[in-house]
Design a protein around this ligand. Structure first.
Ligand code: GRG
Length: 292
């Protein structure tokens, strides 16, 4: 199956599971509406796609990963809602639509992010296609990747370092966590569902480091030379927020070179595994060639 068919077939199932689950969260209708607003706002779904492609690469039934892929997109969506808040990046637009707090107010946006984060775990606990030991391992890894030693910690470092001139090492540390850790879960989580041994999981983790950095370099490049309409938010937002980025540190041309280097390192590591990796490779390519 090529990537387009794979995406249409399996991401449809992820979204069906996600939307059906969100529709059960009906204690407070506005909260449910605001969660649904951001979940269905038109994200590229790269993280769930990568997780499912990893299962495919190990010749495991891709349907076993649907709930986990949905949980991963929940956490990603929660991070975007919080990232856009006035206390963080203070953005009015995301994916071409008003940000969650612009529509529902700050308090509801905070709660929508909180709910997506917490309820993500329930999507995994309720998955009937996986044994308990695999679910525990997935939750252990997902909370590590998302929490204070993962994405959330990376966001804190990002905020603390606003207005500062950073060296490459610090920039990579921030991006490895802020952006790379959910991509790590996509690859390693896929490996866990596929029952892979630790040596394989650690190669997947190493590959995710490089594709995570590549993802963020591309994000930084698009923030400077991207098309506002295609990206769905204003460009030059990093400069507005006094963020030090690859483009500011290295310039455009060297940033492109670093992007290519990290992409190739990620690819080589995946090749090293000798698996059926063509979909993973196509997604890596998509990450570095995307226009939004
Ligand atoms: C409440 C879970 C939670 C987190 C709070 C705000 C925060 C901590 C973390 C934010 C981390 C962040 C926004 C990192 C940037 C990652 C990034 C490049 C996002 C854009 O991802 P795409 O391009 O977006 O995949 P789409 O819109 O396609 O889904």
């Amino acid at each position: 199956m090529n990537l387009e068919k794979f995406r249409n077939h399996y991401l449809k199932k992820v979204d069906e599971i996600s939307v059906a689950y969100i529709n059960t969260l009906n204690l407070a209708d506005i909260l449910k509406e605001s969660i649904l607003y951001s979940y269905t706002a038109g994200g590229k779904r790269i993280r769930p796609l990568l997780l499912l492609a990893t299962l495919n690469a190990f010749n495991v039934d891709v349907l076993k990963g649907i709930h986990t892929a949905s949980a991963l997109e929940f956490i990603h969506t929660s991070s975007l809602i919080h990232d856009d808040l006035p206390a963080m990046d203070n953005d009015d637009y995301r994916r071409g639509k008003l940000t969650n707090h612009k529509v529902y107010g700050e308090a509801t946006a905070v709660l929508a992010g909180d709910a997506l984060l917490i309820n993500a775990l329930q999507l995994i606990t309720r998955d009937q296609s996986l044994p308990d030991n695999i679910k525990i391992s997935l939750i252990e890894t997902l909370t590590t990747c998302s929490g204070a030693n993962g994405m959330i910690g990376g966001q804190q470092l990002d905020i603390e370092n606003e207005d500062r001139v950073l060296d490459l090492e610090m920039l990579k540390k921030i991006d490895q966590h802020k952006t790379g850790k959910l991509l790590e879960f996509a690859l390693v989580g896929g490996g866990i569902i596929a029952n892979q041994k630790k040596t394989v999981l650690s190669i997947l983790k190493e590959a995710s480091y490089h594709i995570g950095i590549a993802f963020q370099i591309k994000d930084d490049i698009l923030d400077v030379i991207g098309n506002k309409t295609i990206i769905g938010k204003p460009i030059n937002s990093d400069e507005k927020n006094n963020k030090y980025t690859y483009v500011r540190l290295l310039g455009l041309e060297q940033s492109k070179q670093h992007l290519q280097d990290h992409y190739e390192k990620a690819l080589n590591l995946i090749h090293h595994l000798n698996i059926n990796s063509h979909l993973i490779e196509e997604i890596f390519k998509l990450i570095i060639e995307r226009d939004k």
